[in-house]
Design a protein around this ligand. Structure first.
Ligand code: SF4
Length: 309
């Protein structure tokens, strides 16, 4: 792997590599960031999939964010990693131009695309990769049996298949295992449509059953090397407790910090909804605030470090 960038953030050094690896280092036993080094950004609420568990409540006629005009983007630290999501990002008319702008600002764009949209737009996504406009590519799994899907994923060395705890079945994961793929397990979000679906007794029983299966099989998935990489968002860590299958030393070395789900925010990450022009600690947070001009102000505000909250 090749080093993309090495920079100082607060009391630690960040090294970023072209395969998506990030290393934080210092001689202390804690990391204190000065600015966010990664951001989860929603650019559109438009999507034609109408998934019942969609925690973004995205719709066919959902609004697009005015992504070319927001001034905080111009002030981000170079090499900030942006995880661009929606909705379906491919439906935003300025998506390509925005990626070009971000590249010129030396920002690192990653994006997540639903499997159907990924397969329907392969040529365009190849173009984004070849022009260095996207690094990481998340693909939200819907049908692991689709013809050509695994081969298409393997075309993208930095592709990660996203699955949701409580939605993905063990048969889905079995279908994908031993191909050298990477997966990211996301926690089930009881938020918006995800909350509504979970209120239905039959759906809840089904979701809880799938969650239990994944909890039980997680050691086998990891120990038997089903995937090259298995990663988790903070909510999935809460639900699946992957720290139970490794030593404390190994866990402390790989854990990237709390995102404020349960109070304290120790990660250097922030959520921005460019459609509603709001920011928050994470995409599930109910407490949201109007976007400010400078990302450092938003970050300090969320950490309660400028007396504003
Ligand atoms: S979950 Fe994703 S694919 Fe489904 S409606 Fe929401 S944004 Fe679209």
């Amino acid at each position: 792997m090749n080093l993309i960038s090495k920079y100082q953030n607060g009391n630690y050094t960040v090294s970023l590599y072209d395969d998506g690896t990030k290393v934080r280092e210092n001689d202390l036993n804690f990391f204190e960031a000065d600015f966010p080094e990664s951001m989860d950004i929603k650019i559109t609420n438009r999507c034609n999939m109408n998934c019942p568990m969609c925690h973004e409540d995205s719709k066919c006629d959902g609004a697009n964010g005015d992504i070319m005009s927001e001034s905080f983007i111009d002030r981000l630290h170079p090499y900030t990693e942006l995880a661009l999501g929606g909705g379906n990002v491919l439906e935003h008319p300025d998506f390509y131009d925005f990626l070009v702008k971000c590249k010129n600002l030396k920002l690192i764009c990653n994006t997540t695309i639903r499997q159907e949209h990924f397969m329907q737009n392969l040529d365009f996504i190849r173009k984004l990769r070849d022009e260095g406009l996207i690094y990481g590519l998340g693909i939200s799994l819907s049908d692991p049996w689709q013809d050509g899907f695994i081969d298409a994923v393997k075309e993208f060395p930095n592709a990660v298949i996203h699955v949701i705890n409580g939605i993905v079945a063990m048969q889905d994961l079995e279908q994908l295992r031993y191909y050298g793929l990477k997966i990211l397990i996301l926690g089930y979000k009881e938020f918006r449509r995800g909350e509504k679906l979970y209120e239905n007794a039959d759906a809840k029983e089904h979701i809880d059953g799938l969650k239990q299966d994944l909890y039980n099989y997680l050691p086998e998935i990891v120990y038997h090397g089903w995937f090259d990489v298995v990663s988790f968002d903070n909510l999935a860590i809460k639900q699946l407790k992957p720290q139970r299958i490794m030593s404390k030393e190994a866990w402390d070395e790989i854990y990237m910090g709390d995102d404020g789900l349960d109070g304290e925010m120790t990660s250097a990450s922030i959520y921005v909804d460019m459609v509603k022009r709001e920011f928050a600690r994470n995409s599930c947070a109910v407490d949201r605030y109007p976007i400010m001009d400078d990302i450092k102000d938003m970050f300090n505000f969320l950490r309660g470090r400028n007396g504003l909250d």
